[in-house]
Design a protein around this ligand. Structure first.
Ligand code: SF4
Length: 271
């Protein structure tokens, strides 16, 4: 049987609502992107262009990558429903310019990146019963950083209305993705990830803010032991059984974010 091919960047959302993940990535249900999600895509593309240029040793300013931001907003590769929320294209560009400038001036200089959105060596996971998952693609929106003393860690950029709170980047709920990226980085480069992960938050609502937060020990959630299974064991069970459980308490359980929402009998639409 052919392996299930899974993009590395989508893998962690399996552990938020597996039913939604199945809808999108196995059953092929799609919906247009929201303006704020497209703003996130535009900011991530521009910051990646900036960091890649710095990694190549080029002199670069935030202003130089503004066209990347603007192009992503004006010519998105996917459908965007600009009526989906209150954010207009013009406001999205203003917020994006602000966050891009602050990222380049306040955050990027703190780090020495050694990889930006690294393409990973595919990872085959045998679930038993002839079922195999292949995780592949790139570490989207992430960088690897070095501390100059042999240590390496993952930095993951997160944008959104709640990405920063009280001067710190929100880290809650991000450990599965960070753990997956750490394992993929190690398998791809052969180098151990020894530093804690940094979440770089880019808040897209109200007064735009940038801040960082730290996650330690994310890999332990993924990998099980004899005494206690890890998330990869739960994932293997889902693929082997074909049962992808719903999570109506997910903060993404909304017609705005879930392509399965309209037909899902588990959604909580009473609130
Ligand atoms: S509607 Fe809610 S419970 Fe159903 S698949 Fe979507 S996120 Fe999961």
């Amino acid at each position: 049987m052919e392996p299930y091919r899974v993009r590395a960047s989508s893998w962690a959302s399996l552990f938020d609502c597996a039913h939604r993940w199945e809808g999108t990535h196995i059953l092929g249900m799609h919906m247009p992107s929201s303006p704020r999600a497209q703003l996130g895509t535009a900011i991530h593309a521009a910051t990646a262009a900036y960091d890649e240029a710095r990694m190549r040793g080029e002199a670069i300013r935030a202003l130089d990558v503004v066209p990347v931001l603007v192009d992503e907003l004006n010519n998105p590769e996917r459908d965007v429903n600009w009526q989906a929320d209150e954010l207009s294209r013009r406001d999205a560009e203003a917020i994006g310019r602000n966050l891009l400038s602050r990222y380049c001036q306040e955050i990027a200089p703190r780090y020495h990146y050694v990889a930006v959105e690294l393409e990973v060596v595919p990872w085959l996971i045998d679930c038993g019963g002839g079922i195999v998952i292949e995780i592949r693609g790139t570490l989207d929106r992430s960088r690897a950083r070095a501390d100059g003393a042999g240590g390496v860690g993952i930095c993951d950029l997160k944008s959104g209305v709640n990405a920063v709170s009280q001067g710190r980047a929100k880290t809650k709920g991000h450990a599965p993705q960070i753990g997956t990226y750490e394992l993929l980085y190690e398998r791809t480069t052969g180098q151990a990830v020894t530093l804690p992960a940094d979440i770089i938050g880019l808040k897209t609502s109200g007064a735009p803010e940038v801040a960082t937060g730290q996650i330690v020990g994310a890999r332990e959630q993924l990998i099980g032991t004899d005494e206690s299974p890890g998330l990869m064991d739960y994932a293997a069970d889902m693929f082997r059984s074909g049962l992808f459980p719903p999570n109506p308490t997910s903060h993404m359980c909304s017609g705005k974010y879930c392509a399965r929402w309209r037909v899902c009998k588990f959604k909580d639409d009473q609130s």
